[in-house]
Each structure stands twice: as C-alpha cells, then as structure tokens.
Design a protein around this ligand. Structure first.
Ligand code: NAI
Ligand code: 15L
Length: 268
C-alpha cells in the first residue's frame, strides 16, 4: 500500500517549508520534526537528530520518512559529523528499530560536486558517477548514500537518495539554470520516491527538466517522476545580469560550482 503517514525531518527549513505546503495535496499526513519550532505548527516535534529517544518516538508508526534535517551548507567537520553523519545514522537506527520501510534521503549535488560539468557535446553526468564530494558537507551526503545502501543490503530498509540540485522558488544564478528543481517538481519527485515499488537503494538526481541540464534524470523517471518545469524562461535575464559560465573559472567548471572553491558557510 502507498505510504500515508510520513515523517518530515527538517520541516522548518527552506525545502521543508515548501514541501509542507505541497505534499498534503498528494494525500500525505505529515508528522513534522525540526530542531527549531515551527510557527503555527504546535504539534511539530522539536528535537535534535542527536536525541535517539526522541527519534524512536518520532518514527514510531509512520509509513515512511523524508529526511531533510541537517546542516545544508559547509561547516566544520565536527559540526557536520554531529548533525549530518551521526544524526543520519541515528535516524536510520530508529527507523530500523521501529520497522519503517522507506526513507527518502536529501542527498545533494555536492556529493559529486568535483565532477566536471558537461560542456558542448559531453554526455550528461550519470547517476553511477563516483562520489567526488566538494566539501565536508558533500562528504556527509556521500556517507548518507553509503549508509542508505548498507541499511538496504543489511536490513532491507529501502531508500531513495535524491541528489538535489537547487530547489528554490526561482533559479537565481546561471549555474542554477542547469540544477534548478522547481518546488512543484520537488513534490512530484518526493511523491514518486515514496510510491515507486521495489526501490532497494536507488540514487536519483533531483531537478526539473531543464534545457541546460547537466545530469541524467533517467533513474528518477524510472520511479515515475515526470518533471513539468524548465528553468529556461529565466535564462535570458540571469545571463544578462551575470554573464555565461566561464570554463576557465574553477567555480564554474564543476557540478558543485562555487562550493569547490568558496563554499557558503552554515551560519549557526
Ligand atoms: P535548511 O538549512 O533551510 O533546513 C535544514 C533544517 O534542518 C533546518 O530547519 C534546521 O533547523 C534543521 N536541522 C539542522 N540540524 C538539525 C539537527 N541536528 N536536528 C534536527 N534538525 C536539524 O536547508 P534546506 O535548503 O531546506 O535543505 C533541506 C535538506 O535538503 C538538507 O539536508 C540539504 O542538505 C538538502 N539539500 C537541499 C538543497 C536545496 O536546494 N534546498 C540542495 C541539495 C540538498
Ligand atoms: C545544496 O546542497 C544546498 O543545501 C543548497 O542550499 C544549495 O546551495 C544547493 O546545494 C546548490 O548547489 O545550489
């Protein structure tokens, strides 16, 4: 049966807020969790991923989990270790202990951020390209994907790891023209990841059907994902403002963009 009750971790964040609005239309009942309280959501669980007892209780009885919580930019290894590496492990342990069947894991393009972006007639980046994290942050996403593979092989806990590009209401850079995932397509992809049968551990790229796509969406489409959006209408204005990407600039040459050289730092 299709999952109905879904735990959404990181529900107070940017993506969590967008998905809280869009996913109920697909019939899900969301249980929300975040480190921070969420205005207008008194039932949301306020807990740290470090709190194993709180996680056990939070996952109890849900059909699936969408795991967005964690540090979403670059930070010290110690911070990343606590929130993203140990935190994701704690969540998987809780899910396994409570018999939750599936997790959709918010991985990132930064797990493979040092992969050169395609230029000219180069092929799209395949989903089985080797991990090439561009930051400690990206390294934690590579770890999360391996953790997901391990819990599938060892315990039969399924995961779809979504290497999200840039999911924001609009693309705001020339790089994002290639990586943008509209919020509506984000909800479509999460819905596909929750409902496709027999996913084992599947890795997919998360973006809209952008004209300037850099990566191969076929494993996402195989889940039933049919993206409806394309960043191209934003291209003319962004390129006029920012110029075309310069292949000689290291911050433009790889999938991870400026994360490879000058990553944005987590402010907390
Ligand atoms: P965000 O930073 O806005 O939200 C992350 C949320 O996680 C925050 O509300 C924060 O309070 C919570 N959090 C952090 N540490 C926690 C902990 N120890 N315990 C409980 N909650 C904790 O990030 P955003 O943009 O919403 O991203 C969500 C997820 O998707 C992240 O895992 C991020 O790495 C991933 N992602 C997002 C992309 C995007 O375009 N928005 C692109 C690629 C990956
Ligand atoms: C990410 O992984 C970040 O969480 C998000 O804030 C964006 O910076 C995105 O990658 C990106 O590469 O644009």
């Amino acid at each position: 049966p299709a999952p109905r009750t879904v735990l959404l971790t990181g529900a107070a964040g940017g993506l969590g807020t967008l998905m809280r609005e869009l996913l109920p239309e697909y019939g899900y009942e969301l249980r929300l969790l975040d480190l921070r309280p969420i205005e207008g959501e008194p039932d949301a669980i306020v807990a740290d991923l470090a709190d194993k007892a709180a996680l056990r209780e939070a996952v109890r009885g849900v059909d699936a989990i969408i795991h967005l919580a964690g540090i979403s930019l670059e930070a010290s290894f110690e911070k990343i270790l606590k929130a993203n590496i140990e935190g994701t492990y704690n969540l998987y342990e809780a899910a396994h202990a409570e018999g939750v069947g599936r997790i959709v894991f918010a991985s990132s393009n930064h797990a493979v951020g040092f992969t050169p972006r395609p230029q000219g007639d180069d092929p799209l980046i395949p989903v089985d390209t080797p991990h090439r994290p561009d930051t400690f942050y990206g390294l934690s996403k590579s770890f999360g994907e391996d953790l997901a593979q391990f819990y599938w092989d060892k315990h039969g806990l399924e995961t779809v790891s979504v290497r999200i590009g840039s999911c924001f209401p609009e693309p705001t850079s020339v790089r994002m023209l290639s990586l943008w995932m509209s919020p509506a397509d984000g909800a479509r992809l999460l819905h596909a990841a929750l409902t496709a049968e027999h996913v084992g551990h599947t890795v997919v790229y998360g973006s809209s059907a952008n004209t300037r796509l850099w990566w191969d969406l076929s494993s996402a489409r195989a889940l039933g994902y049919e993206p409806q959006d394309d960043s191209e209408p934003y291209a003319e204005k962004l390129i006029a403002e920012q110029g075309e990407l310069d292949p000689g600039n290291v911050a433009h040459a790889n999938l991870g963009g400026h994360f490879v050289s000058d990553p944005p730092i987590w402010p907390y």
